[in-house]
Write a protein that binds this ligand. Structure first.
Ligand code: NAD
Length: 420
C-alpha cells in the first residue's frame, strides 16, 4: 500500500490571496477589482556579486516588491534569511498594504529581502551585501516612492548603510528613504521598540475585552526572541504577565514561575540563542505554540500555526506579532475552538506607525519627543483596535474585520484614482 503524500504546506502567498478573496466577497467587490488587488504593482529581482573572504566573489539574489501604491509610497521591511523567495516577499508586501490602510497611514505596501543567512557573517560582509543590494534596487526606492525598514535579520545598522548607499548611488542625501535608522541619523525616538510596544497595547486591550487583568494569573509563551519577541517579553513582565516559554530558531526554554527576561537577554547577547540559559529548562520548540498558557505570541516567521497543530493550541488568545503566522485552515480551527486571534495587520502595526512618524520627522526636519511618539502610537493603535473589534463579532473574526476595513480603503483609493 502506498502512503499518501502529506498535503502541500500552505504558502504565505496562498494565505494572503485567500484572505483578500474572502474580504472581496464580504465587501461585494467585483472579481476584476479583487484580481487587480491580488497582483503586485511592481516586483523586482536582482542578482548582485559581492566580494567574499573565502571564495573571492559570491552572487546574491534579492527582491523588492511594491504591492500597491494607491494610497501613497510603498512601505515595508527588508528581510535577510536563507528561505527568502519572491512569493514570500509578495505575500509580505500585500500584508503591508493592508496594515498601512488599516492604520490609515498614507503609505502603500512593499517588502524586500535577500536570500542568505546573516548569522555568523561579519559586520564587514553584511555591510558589503547591504550596499550592493541597495545599489541594485536604488532606482526603485525613494522617499516618495518606496521606503524600506528593518525586518527579520536586519536592524538599524542595516538602515544606516542603506541610507548611505542610496545617497552614493543617486546623489541624493535623503534620510526619509529608509526608516528604523539610528537616532543620530534621523531615526525616531521609540522606533526600536515600536512594534513590540504596539503588540503590548493590543494585548492589554484584548485581555480587557476578555474580562482579564494581566496580574490575575495571565501567562504567555513567545516564539522568537529577536527585536520584536524580546521587547515584548520585557513588556509583558513589566505588565505582570508571566512569560513561561520562549523559543528561537535554535531551541526553546520553559520556567513556570516566569522567565527572568533581563537575565535571558544578557545570556542571548553572549550566546546568540536562548539555548543554554541556566534559569529555565530546555524543552521541545514545537511545544511553545501549544503550551498551557493564556496568551501565545508567534513573533518569528510565517506559517507556524497550521492545520497540524491548531487543535492543540490551548491559549485563549493568539497575538500575531509575526506577519502571517497562522494559515487559513488553522484560523478556521481556532475560530471553531473559540480562540481569539488578534491578526498581524493590527497586532504588529506599531512598527509601520512609528516608521511613518520617522518619515514625517525626516520630511519636516523635526524631532518629536519620546512622549509624543508614545502617545500617538497608543492613540492610533487603540483607535484601530476599537474600529476592528467594533466591526467583528459573531459573524466576523478580528482578521476578517481588519482585512475588510483595509481592502475597502485601498479599493476606494484605486477607484478614485481611476486605477480600476
Ligand atoms: P529578528 O530577526 O530580530 O528575530 C527573529 C527571531 O525569530 C529570532 O529570535 C530567531 O531566532 C527566531 N526564529 C526564526 N525562525 C524561527 C523558528 N522557525 N522558530 C522559532 N523562532 C524562530 O526579527 P523581528 O524583527 O523580531 O521580526 C519577527 C517577526 O515580526 C517577523 O514576522 C517580522 O516580519 C515581524 N515584524 C517585525 C517588525 C519590526 O519592526 N522588526 C514589524 C512588524 C512585524
Amino acid at each position: 500500500m502506498t502512503v499518501p503524500a502529506p498535503p502541500a504546506p500552505v504558502t504565505p502567498l496562498c494565505a494572503a490571496l485567500r484572505q483578500l478573496r474572502e474580504a472581496g466577497e464580504q465587501l461585494g467587490l467585483d472579481n476584476a477589482v479583487v484580481e487587480a488587488l491580488a497582483r503586485p504593482h511592481q516586483e523586482v529581482t536582482v542578482h548582485f556579486p559581492v566580494p567574499s573572504t573565502d571564495s573571492g566573489m559570491a552572487t546574491f539574489t534579492g527582491h523588492r516588491v511594491q504591492h500597491n501604491l494607491a494610497r501613497g509610497p510603498g512601505k515595508g521591511g527588508i528581510r535577510y534569511a536563507p528561505d527568502v523567495d519572491l512569493d514570500e516577499v509578495k505575500a509580505l508586501a500585500m500584508w503591508m498594504t493592508w496594515k498601512s490602510a488599516l492604520l490609515d497611514i498614507p503609505f502603500g505596501g512593499a517588502k524586500g529581502g535577500v536570500a542568505f543567512d546573516p548569522a555568523g557573517r561579519s559586520s564587514h560582509e553584511l555591510e558589503a551585501i547591504t550596499r550592493a543590494f541597495t545599489h541594485a534596487i536604488s532606482r526603485f526606492i525613494g522617499p516618495e516612492l518606496d521606503i524600506p525598514a528593518p525586518d527579520v535579520g536586519t536592524d538599524e545598522r542595516t538602515m544606516a548603510w542603506m541610507m548611505d548607499a542610496y545617497a552614493r548611488s543617486t546623489g541624493q542625501l535623503a534620510p526619509a528613504v529608509v526608516t528604523g535608522k539610528p537616532l543620530v541619523l534621523g531615526g525616531s525616538h521609540g522606533r526600536a521598540n515600536a512594534t513590540s510596544d504596539g503588540v503590548g497595547v493590543v494585548t492589554l486591550a484584548a485581555l480587557a475585552a476578555a474580562g482579564r487583568r494581566p496580574r490575575d494569573g495571565v501567562s504567555a509563551a513567545v516564539q522568537g526572541f529577536g527585536k520584536v519577541g524580546s521587547g515584548l517579553a520585557r513588556l509583558y513582565v513589566d505588565a505582570g504577565i508571566a512569560v513561561r516559554l520562549i523559543s528561537d530558531r535554535y531551541g526553546a526554554i520553559r520556567n513556570d514561575a516566569g522567565i527572568d527576561v533581563p537575565a535571558l537577554q544578557d545570556h542571548v547577547t553572549r550566546a546568540g540563542t536562548v539555548v543554554g540559559f541556566d534559569k529555565a529548562d530546555a524543552i521541545e520548540p514545537d511545544s511553545v505554540l501549544t503550551a498551557d498558557v493564556t496568551i501565545v505570541v508567534p513573533a518569528a516567521v510565517e506559517g507556524v500555526i497550521t492545520a497540524a497543530n491548531a487543535t492543540a493550541v490551548s491559549a485563549e488568545l493568539v497575538i500575531e506579532a509575526a506577519n502571517g503566522p497562522t494559515t487559513p485552515e488553522a484560523d478556521a480551527i481556532l475560530r471553531r475552538r473559540g480562540t481569539t486571534v488578534v491578526p498581524d495587520i493590527l497586532a504588529n502595526s506599531g512598527g509601520v506607525l512609528v516608521s511613518y512618524f520617522e518619515w514625517v520627522q525626516a520630511r519636516q526636519r523635526e524631532r518629536w519627543s519620546a512622549e509624543r511618539v508614545d502617545r500617538q502610537l497608543r492613540e492610533r493603535v487603540l483607535a484601530a483596535w476599537d474600529h476592528v473589534s467594533g466591526q467583528s463579532g459573531k459573524t466576523r473574526t478580528l482578521r476578517q474585520a481588519a482585512t475588510a476595513i483595509a481592502v475597502r480603503r485601498v479599493a476606494e483609493a484605486q477607484r478614485l484614482r481611476g486605477l480600476i
